[in-house]
Ligand binder design. Structure first.
Ligand SMILES: C[S@@+](CC[C@H](N)C(=O)[O-])C[C@H]1O[C@@H](n2cnc3c(N)ncnc32)[C@H](O)[C@@H]1O
Length: 294
């Protein structure tokens, strides 16, 4: 019989326990049955669903990034929306040939799993953990329920106080998520890589146009994010990716629900009805991958 998810998660944590640290007191973890316990007895249970919650604060994130958003994000991702972005990330990662990956802000893990499967991290070469962290418990719960494998560790955690030990990680992925560069530099090995993915101005432009019409919210700029990135870490390369994806009627509701863009808009249901009455919708995907070095 296949191992239970809680045992898969426990085995992976056991193998890579040195990669983790307590978010409260920064000491190393040991084991206490199905919990990890630090040297000051802060204890965190491993969920039977196959993840560990190493965040014990309060967050409003879950109001935005909830189960509904993640269900839609997973569905639209399965339609191939992010395939070309993933292919490029896998190519970069395979060239680096890292021994450890941290996905900081992994959401429901749709991209994490694709990258895990297509970079050799899914094969039992040791020691090669993929650690995926997100503050949204809904996101991590969804991710672990969907895909739970040896060497892939799902963690509810805060990227502003990563539950990861110093100088351990070869590659950090930070895909369309907030960043904390001081934390990223702390956990990266010397010479380690940060692959920061930001949306370019054209990202989902047809959807933005559909929602906001001529309103100035229609425009998006990543200038400030890029400037902040350059102030904090050495950027060694920037790769732009742009493609269009034709979304069939079946997936249009998921496109609408998968982004915070559509959350607090006027006449939300009316706009959604208008969009979902289409037989297809062509959408632009445009990203910048900033390849950065510690
Ligand atoms: C736009 S989603 C991107 C998710 C995923 N990387 C993807 O591309 O599908 C942004 C994610 O950042 C997470 N997030 C926001 N603040 C965070 C924090 N302080 N620590 C960890 N995750 C955070 C959210 O919960 C959300 O899942």
């Amino acid at each position: 019989m296949a191992d239970k998810k809680i045992d898969i998660a426990k085995n992976t944590i056991q193998k890579y326990i040195d990669f983790l640290r307590c978010p409260l007191c920064e000491t190393r973890f040991g084991f206490d049955n199905y919990s990890v316990k630090c040297q000051n007895n802060h204890s965190y249970d491993i969920s039977r669903k196959g993840y560990v919650n190493l965040f014990n604060g309060y967050t409003k994130i879950t109001r935005t990034y909830d189960k509904k958003l993640f269900t839609a994000r997973k569905k639209i991702s399965d339609s191939g929306l992010y395939s070309k972005l993933c292919e490029k990330l896998c190519e970069i990662i395979n060239n680096i040939n890292p021994e450890s990956i941290l996905d900081a802000g992994c959401g429901c893990g749709n991209l994490t799993v694709d990258i895990f499967k297509n970079t050799g991290f899914g094969t039992p070469r040791a020691p090669s953990p993929t650690i995926a962290v997100d503050l949204s418990k809904d996101g991590i719960d969804y991710a672990a329920t969907d895909f739970c494998e040896d060497n892939l560790l799902w963690i509810v955690g805060n990227l502003n106080n990563l539950p990861v030990a110093d100088n351990k990680i070869d590659v950090i992925l930070n895909i369309m998520s907030p960043a904390n560069y001081a934390e990223f530099l702390r956990v990266l090995k010397p010479g380690g890589y940060l692959l920061k993915v930001l949306p370019n101005a054209d990202y989902l432009k047809e959807l933005r146009h559909f929602i906001y019409k001529e309103n100035d919210k229609n425009e998006y700029s990543n200038k400030d994010v890029l400037a902040n990135l350059a102030d904090n870490i050495t950027i060694s390369d920037i790769i732009d990716i742009k493609y269009t994806h034709k979304i069939s009627a079946e997936y249009i509701p998921a496109l609408f629900d998968m982004t915070p863009l559509t959350l607090n808009i006027n006449e939300r249901e009316k706009i959604k009805d208008e969009l979902t009455s289409r037989t297809s919708f062509e959408i632009t995907l445009a990203f910048k991958i900033a390849v950065c070095r510690k």
